[in-house]
Design a protein around this ligand. Sequence first.
Ligand SMILES: [Zn+2]
Length: 279
Amino acid sequence: MRLLFHLVALLLVTTPCLGWGGDGHRIIGTIASSDLTPATAAAVRELLGDQTLADACCWADEIRSDHRYDWIKPLHYINLPREATAVDMQRDGANGQQVVAGIERFRAVLSDTSRPREERLEALRLVLHLVGDLHQPLHVSYAVDLGGNRLSVTSFGKRSNLHRVWDTDLIQRRLKDTTGGWATMSADLRQAITPEQRAAWRAGRDPVRWADESFAITRRLYAEPPDAQEGVNEAYWVKWMPTVAERLQAAGVRLAAVLNAALDPEAGQVVKPSGAKVP
Ligand SMILES: [Zn+2]
């Protein structure tokens, strides 16, 4: 029994993360939380109970070893063919088993107050997580190497892979220089968002467009790989950290917009489903 416990504990610790690591998801949730309308914030609070919004963003990764939730696994990402230049939902739709459809599906459940509370809570946790995942470029990537998971690379002197570099390593490198951890980094990133960026991110409501942005970055990541000798080093971090930061910022602002539209009837009314821009 004791051995079993240790084995399970080990499994929980070493399970690779699908999506931004915990810090990335918490940063996105924290950026989003300051953009919620009072009505949305109250609705989120009521659904989550004691769980913080930042923690709720990580739920979909934490339940990955629970086989009751195996159905969620394909919803963290979307695969494209190697020759693709953009997302094509006809070709890449995978019968709805991908992250773009996941976001659409769960935001509909979340906004439907006739659904049972447990169902809406699960939908909220999935929306919180999947909007984040869709902004991690390598979640819009290739099946052949599992979105870079099979691309081994040295990262700051340690064994890693390209996917993990983008989930975790680049953020951890920045956190090394940040007193106060992810909470400080969230506040710093939020304050650095310009009014123009916020307006543009709020106006674009189509997750397919967010996927296209991620895929454009993914194509560059394959065209401009880490240094052949050193792998991911300071130069790679300096080059790509602004992109990481912008994806976290965009995800946070868009997540708030999705939640406001789903949970605040008044916010929902001013934003037309067509994506019409409303100040
Ligand atoms: Zn994920």
